[in-house]
Design a binder for this molecule. Sequence first.
Ligand code: SF4
Length: 190
Amino acid sequence: MKVTRREFLKLTAAASGSLLIPASSAKAATEWPVFPLHKKVKEAATICPYCSCGCGLIIATGPDGHIINAEGDPDNPHNRGALDPKSISVRQLSQNPLRLKKPLYRAPGSDKFVEVEWDWAITEIAKRIKATRDATFERTVTVGDKTVTVNRTRAIAFLGGAANNSEECYLAVKLARALGLVYIEHQARI
Ligand code: SF4
């Protein structure tokens, strides 16, 4: 039987109500009222960022945009509402004071990282990708007496991570393939 999240909550509320009130009031239990919220919260369905299982989360955020609650998404076929301790602590991702908010750069030959601006880092990455690709791009490869079109560079690799969601992965792989990368890997397989 397929039970949606809303139906699951209704059934849970009805079951809890049956335990607390006399049997004669069973009808009232099936009409258990919605609990009034004391804080304004906004719920959103998302994906746990911690490993490649991709469990579904329902995240509640407070008025300041920070996560105030995380639960398993019962409608998600990966986990059907179950979660492990890592994902329940996902709120620390948005509230941890140690969270990095700017890129760190270690110059060639240097032994330390320094904080840099996003604009500088993105421009620098783009410049280096272009220079490397231009210098190493292979249009064809000849093996024996046969020449085949490859349109590739073997000088750049792309590594994805479990924290990337499906949409980010789709875009990243599109870009990697368009650049002619052949070494495309994911942290979950390593
Ligand atoms: S809830 Fe646990 S198993 Fe599921 S994606 Fe997150 S870390 Fe992985």
